[in-house]
Design a protein around this ligand. Structure first.
Ligand code: NAD
Ligand code: UD1
Length: 355
């Protein structure tokens, strides 16, 4: 993918349409987009977020942006709003992301994720917008045939959520091929954790957290009694699962780099976003205890179905194509999560209080 587009400076002053911008990764990316003087329109139905998160973004950066409540499955509204905003590029975060829920309600997941993306591409075609950065996931790889996962690793997702990402990736590849000078960057995130250093924005799961880091931080703050560790008999350093955790601020920076790349090149590229280093569950618990000064009670339970021993990225393609590499480590991940959690024990919804 080397052809140049006509867009002048690919890194500054773009009009960026952000679906799902009120969510965890979206808000962190917004902060950086606005700091770099891009013009932004957020399109979100707040099904897994709160408009308060966007108010926090406004408090953090001295720049305003457009904000529209809407569902990506509402093609008519999407087409109208996107057409009026007339973006240079779309960052597509909107979608549902719970693996367990996707296995129970697969059609709902195909509807939001796949059908929502079809509506988005039709709206982009109508507005003649030919560039997109998409939130994919390392889950598209499935069980490791070798480690670390590079982008040429076979794709064999093992759950319905992963299959929605797999189908969207394929669709975006076809859309780019048909579009001539179109461009798509498929960012395959490994395990996003952490929060903005201000403690103003962070991850705010609706219910009992499915993922490790929010669960640990809710135990540390006293919202939950004990962390269940899903198995200590894996073939890893200490027997617990090993993952490639990526700080959400680094992940946001990868989006900025991807926007620049997509504005300067045509074609479709899948790119891993990880650090290339694995951390086990017990290592994460110890790092969180150090960062928070709190004890994290845990109990080893049985393995969780569908879990693998180790998932680690080969992140060299991101460096080669985007000039991006992760800067923040496990201590910053834990310290920023703790700051967010301790400043906002109940997340964004401080019942009875303003955001
Ligand atoms: P999030 O739930 O915090 O953010 C998603 C946002 O999309 C929310 O604000 C939600 O209200 C919105 N949304 C959902 N369905 C919508 C719809 N039909 N129309 C409009 N808005 C809708 O999740 P996140 O962690 O910020 O993840 C963002 C993207 O990254 C998702 O596509 C997710 O699948 C992907 N991803 C996340 C992770 C992770 O661990 N967080 C890992 C890999 C990939
Ligand atoms: C999960 C998703 C994956 C998604 C990724 C994004 C599943 C099966 N997989 O991956 O599709 O792309 O999130 O972040 O949900 N753990 C515990 N106790 C807990 C929670 C987790 O011990 O309460 C362990 C897990 O076994 C794993 C590690 O912590 O070893 C990380 O788990 P998690 O945060 O859920 O991420 P993944 O399983 O990697």
């Amino acid at each position: 993918m080397t052809a140049r587009n006509t867009i002048d400076d690919p890194h500054t002053g773009k009009r960026v349409f952000v679906t799902g911008g009120a969510g965890y990764i979206g808000t962190h990316t917004l902060v950086q987009l606005l700091s770099e003087r891009h013009s932004v329109c957020v399109f979100d139905n707040y099904s897994n977020s709160s408009p308060q998160s966007l108010e926090r973004v406004r408090r953090l950066v001295n720049h305003d942006f457009d904000q529209v409540e809407g569902d990506i499955r509402d093609e008519a509204k999407l087409t109208r709003v996107l057409g009026e905003f007339n973006p240079d590029i779309v960052i597509h975060f909107a979608g549902l992301k719970s693996v367990g829920e996707a296995n129970l309600f697969p059609v709902k997941y195909y509807e939001h994720n796949v059908q929502g993306t079809i509506a988005l591409l039709k709206a982009m075609d109508a507005a003649k917008c030919k560039r997109i950065v998409f939130s994919s996931s390392a889950t598209v790889y499935g069980a490791a045939k070798y480690l670390p996962y590079d982008e040429n690793h076979p794709l064999a997702p093992e759950n319905a959520y992963g299959r929605t990402k797999y189908h969207i990736e394929g669709m975006l590849g076809d859309w780019v091929k048909a579009g001539g000078d179109a461009s798509a960057v498929l960012l395959r995130y490994f395990n996003p954790v952490g929060a903005h250093e201000s403690g103003l924005i962070g991850e705010d799961p609706n219910d009992v957290p499915n993922n490790l880091m929010p669960f640990i931080s809710q135990v540390a703050i006293g919202r939950r009694d004990v962390l269940g560790i899903f198995g200590n008999d894996y073939d890893t350093r200490d027997g617990t699962g090993e993952r490639d955790y990526i700080h959400v601020v680094d992940l946001a920076a990868a989006h900025l780099a991807a926007v620049g790349y997509a504005c300067a090149h045509t074609g479709c590229e899948a790119i891993n976003v990880g650090t290339g280093t694995g951390v086990t569950v017990l290592e994460m618990v110890a790092a969180f205890e150090k960062a928070s000064g709190r004890k994290v009670a845990y109990r080893v339970t049985g393995r969780r179905e569908g879990d693998v021993a180790t998932s680690v990225a080969d992140a060299t393609k991101a460096l080669r194509l985007l000039g991006w590499t992760a800067r923040l480590g496990i201590d910053e991940m834990c310290a920023s999560t703790w700051k967010w959690q301790s400043k906002n024990p109940q997340g964004y919804v401080q019942r009875g209080k303003a955001a």
